[in-house]
Design a protein around this ligand. Structure first.
Ligand code: NAG
Length: 376
């Protein structure tokens, strides 16, 4: 048989390639390649649908050459666009089976219009119809229309590969994917159909979807008098679950500890208005802990040639500018008085010599001139 010969040759060729042995048995990959060939064939059909013999079908051409539509020229054009030059698998399958495409094109197309079915499934036998698997195209569990009862994937579905076993979707389990997994309950079920839904977040196992249907409560929940699982408020427990400078935040099934605001020393919630007491450097002002301005409260905090800088919760002493003798801020424009060798010029302490030097270089003028001011 031509077909088995092709497969045999394919195997031989591939076995001698360094990484080839994978392909020899991989019907899954062969089926994808075949599907790709057929998809591209369909694209080629579409692309050439409005074409003709270049100059348009003359009456003579239509009679003598048959129509372009059914011509070998059109087939060749389609086959040329079937594979990317880089795809070894595709080009190989095409080379091995070119005559099948010709047979189909000229002799089978009318009777077997579905090329995928005729070529991939029935002729070179690398695929199965949907819902069927394995070398002999056996039917998947649950039937070809609903493999794995619609709740999973049948191994090898649609290819000549696989063992037909179901891998079930989330929430389903068992050979037939009809049973519900842990954390799910059966909302609907008969011999061929099963719907599993997720339990309420408070449950470990359940018979229904609410917190009253739990078999047991999950950690962080407990049963109330009616048997429903309700959240435990860990924050009200004794001893308190959080550290000294943290507050406790209760959540469904759990809790978390959050750091207090830096303005607090101990707190019962977020922000400076939830402090138990204020942190050092802060004072209670209308129930909110607020920064103390040490600089204004005690003007003598810093040394003579320093100024005081208030910060959140503290302060620091900074050296005055060298042009100052005492200051209340940075730079030469915050001096209380000017240092030796400097004089006040419109609120800024300026080197006395410099003024003279600049003045000298300009000539021998005296008094204020506009030029002198521009220089400064
Ligand atoms: C099973 O249930 C599904 C969904 O309700 C329904 O479509 C199907 O006909 C039922 N089959 C049988 C055998 O009762």
């Amino acid at each position: 048989m031509l077909h088995s010969y092709s497969i045999f040759r394919l195997s031989c060729i591939i076995l001698f390639l360094p990484l080839g042995s994978v392909y020899t048995k991989d019907f899954n990959a062969l089926c994808s390649t075949c599907r790709q060939l057929v998809d591209n064939f369909d694209k080629g059909l579409e692309k050439t649908a409005k074409q003709n013999f270049g100059g348009g079908n003359t009456e003579w051409e239509e009679r003598k050459l048959s129509k372009y539509e059914l011509s070998e020229i059109r087939l060749t054009e389609i086959l040329e666009g079937l594979c990317d030059s880089s795809s070894f698998e595709c080009n190989h399958m095409l080379e091995e089976n070119e005559e099948h495409f010709e047979t189909w094109w000229f002799k089978r197309k009318t009777k077997h219009p579905d090329l995928f079915k005729w070529f991939c499934i029935e002729t070179i036998k690398v695929c199965c119809p949907k819902g069927l698997f394995g070398p002999d195209c056996n039917t998947c569990i649950g039937g070809a229309d609903k493999p794995c009862h619609g709740n999973g994937k049948c191994d090898g579905d649609g290819t000549r590969a696989g063992n037909g076993k179901c891998s079930c979707d989330e929430g389903y389990e068992g050979e037939f994917c009809l049973d519900c997994s842990d954390g799910y309950f059966s909302a609907l079920r008969n011999d061929t159909f099963s719907l599993c839904k997720e339990c309420h977040e408070s449950c470990v196992g359940c018979t229904g979807g609410t917190n009253q249907d739990c078999k047991e409560c999950r950690n962080g929940w407990e049963k109330d008098q009616e048997g429903a699982c309700i959240d435990i408020n860990e924050c009200t427990k004794d001893p308190a679950p959080c550290k000294d400078n943290q507050y406790c935040l209760n959540t469904e099934g759990s809790f978390s500890c959050k750091e207090c605001d830096i303005r607090c020393s101990g707190c019962k919630g977020p922000g400076a208005s939830n402090c138990l007491t204020c942190a050092d450097g802060f004072k209670d002002e209308e129930s909110t802990c607020t920064d103390i301005n040490e600089c204004t409260e005690d003007p003598a905090l810093c040394k003579d040639n320093q100024y005081c800088l208030n910060t959140d919760g503290s302060f620091s002493c900074k050296e005055c500018d060298t042009r100052c003798s005492g200051c209340n801020g940075p730079g030469a424009n915050n001096c209380l008085t000017c240092a030796d060798g400097y004089k006040d010029d419109e609120g800024t302490c300026t080197e006395e010599n410099k003024e003279v030097a600049a003045f000298d270089s300009e000539g021998s003028q005296t008094g204020d001139s506009p030029e002198k001011h521009e220089d400064l």
